[in-house]
Design a protein around this ligand. Structure first.
Ligand code: CAA
Length: 380
C-alpha cells in the first residue's frame, strides 16, 4: 500500500490551492452575501483544466486520475464550497456520465465543450416529489418517433442557470417503473424550458440553484444516452462517482474550518494563555483532526477504487456519509472554538458551517447513503 502522492497529483493539489488562496479567498464572503455566481472564477477553472479533469485528452479533458480530482476539490472547498460544487457537478455528474456512457457523436458534440470548460453542465434528477425516492420520476419523455417530448419539473438543480447542457432523467414507459426511465442530453436553449427563481439558500449561496420546468420540449432521439430504459442505472452509476466529489468537498469544508480554528486557538488568549493551551480546546482540535483524517482516507480509498476500475458503490456511499456528517460536526466545533467571533461573518467559520449542512443533503442524503451501505452489508 502506497500512501505517497505522485508528483503530478501534488502539482494539481498545489495549483488548486494557489487558485483558491489567491483568487477565491478575496471575494468569497461578498459573493456569499450577495448570492453572486462566480463567473470569472469559473473561467479560471476552465483555464486550469479543472472542469473536465478525468475526461480523456481525446475529448479535450485533462486525462487525470480521480485522486488528483479529489485533491483539487478539497483545496477549492476549503476556501469556497460553491465553486467546488460547480466543479464537482460538471466533472462527476455530467462529464463522467457522457465520457463513460455517451456515444461518439454525443462526445464530439457535447463532451468536448464541457470538458474544455467552454460551457457548463447540470444534472437533472430530483423533482418536487422525487428526491431520495428517485425511481418515482414524474417527468415524462414521450417517444414521438424522431424526438422525445419532455414534460415535467426538476428541483434543486445546481448550475441550472449557468449551464448550457442538461442531463435530464425522465420516464418514458411508466408501466415499466424504473426500467422505463431514460437519460437525455438537452440543450438549455431548447424552446419550452423555463427556470424558477434562484433558490434563497442557507449556504453555498453563490452557486446557482433553480427548479427547471419542461413544457413540450422536443429532444432529438439521438440525444438519449444508452439503450432505451437505461436511465435509472445511468443515474445511479453517475451518482456513485459524484458522491466521491461531494465527500471531498465536505472534507475541504471541514479542513478549512479546522485550519481556521487552529490558527485562532493559537492566537486568542483567555485566563492568561492562548486557548489552545486549555485542554478543552486542545482535545476538540484533536478530535477534529482524527475525524478529518478518517474522512480523507475514505475519500482516497473510493477514488483509488474508481481509478482501478473496482466497484465503488459502498466505498463512495461511506465516504460521502462519513465526510458530510463529519463536516457538520467539525464546522460546529470550529464555530464553538471561535466563541462569539465564530457566530459573526468575518471569521468564515459560520459560512463553512452553513456550507457543511448541504453536503448531508445533496447527491443523496446521509440517510440514503446508509440505505446503500446497509443493503450491501445485508444482501447475502
Ligand atoms: N449501480 C447500478 N445500478 C444500480 C445502482 C448502482 N449504484 N443502485 C441501484 N441500481 C439499480 C438496482 O440494481 C435496481 O435495478 P434492478 O431493478 O434492475 O435490479 C434499480 O437500480 C433500483 O434500485 P433500488 O431497488 O435499490 O431502488 P430504490 O428505489 O430502493 O432506491 C436509492 C435506491 C439508493 C435510495 C436511490 O433511489 C437513490 O440513490 N436515491 C437518492 C437520489 C440522489 O442521490 N439524488 C441526488 C440528486 S442529484 C444532485 O443532488 C445533483 C446536484 O445538483 C448537486
Amino acid at each position: 500500500m502506497d500512501f505517497e502522492f505522485t508528483e503530478e497529483q501534488l502539482m494539481i493539489q498545489q495549483a488548486a490551492k494557489d487558485f483558491a488562496q489567491r483568487e477565491l479567498l478575496q471575494d468569497v464572503q461578498e459573493r456569499d452575501a450577495n448570492a453572486e455566481f462566480p463567473t470569472q472564477h469559473v473561467k479560471k477553472l476552465a483555464e486550469l483544466g479543472f472542469l473536465g479533469m478525468m475526461v480523456s485528452p481525446e475529448y479535450d479533458g485533462g486525462g487525470m486520475d480521480s485522486i488528483s480530482y479529489i485533491l483539487a476539490v478539497e483545496e477549492i472547498a476549503k476556501i469556497d464550497a460553491s465553486v467546488a460544487v460547480i466543479m464537482s457537478v460538471n466533472n462527476s455528474l455530467v462529464c463522467y456520465g457522457l465520457n463513460r456512457f455517451g456515444n461518439e457523436e454525443q462526445k464530439q458534440k457535447y463532451l468536448k465543450p464541457l470538458a474544455h470548460g467552454e460551457v457548463l453542465g447540470a444534472f437533472l434528477l430530483s423533482e418536487p416529489e422525487a428526491g431520495s425516492d428517485a425511481t418515482h420520476q414524474h417527468t415524462t419523455a414521450e417517444d414521438k418517433g424522431v424526438f422525445y417530448l419532455l414534460n415535467g419539473t426538476k428541483n434543486w438543480i445546481t448550475n441550472a442557470n449557468s449551464a448550457s447542457i442538461y442531463i435530464v432523467i425522465a420516464q418514458t414507459h411508466p408501466e415499466k417503473h424504473h426500467h422505463g426511465i431514460n437519460a437525455f442530453i438537452v440543450e438549455k436553449n431548447t424552446p419550452g424550458i423555463l427556470l424558477g427563481p434562484h433558490e434563497n439558500k442557507m449556504g453555498m449561496c453563490s452557486s446557482d440553484t433553480h427548479s427547471v420546468m419542461f413544457t413540450d420540449v422536443k429532444v432529438p432521439k439521438e440525444n438519449r444516452i444508452g439503450e432505451d430504459g437505461f436511465g435509472f442505472k445511468f443515474a445511479m452509476m453517475v451518482l456513485e462517482v459524484g458522491r466521491i466529489g461531494i465527500a471531498s468537498q465536505a472534507l475541504g469544508i471541514a479542513s478549512g474550518a479546522f485550519e481556521r480554528a487552529t490558527a485562532y486557538a493559537k492566537e486568542r488568549k483567555t485566563f492568561g494563555t492562548e486557548i489552545a493551551n486549555h485542554q478543552a480546546i486542545a482535545f476538540k482540535l484533536s478530535d477534529m483532526a482524527v475525524k478529518i483524517e478518517n474522512a480523507r482516507n475514505l475519500c482516497l480509498k473510493a477514488a483509488w477504487l474508481k481509478d482501478n476500475n473496482k466497484p465503488i458503490t459502498v466505498a463512495s456511499a461511506m465516504a460521502k456519509q462519513y465526510a458530510a456528517d463529519m463536516a457538520m460536526e467539525v464546522t460546529t466545533e470550529a464555530v464553538q472554538i471561535h466563541g462569539g467571533y465564530g457566530y459573526v461573518k468575518e471569521y468564515h467559520v459560520e459560512r463553512l458551517m452553513r456550507e457543511a449542512k448541504l453536503t448531508q443533503i445533496y447527491e443523496g442524503t446521509s440517510e440514503v447513503q446508509k440505505i446503500i451501505i446497509s443493503r450491501n452489508l445485508l444482501k447475502n
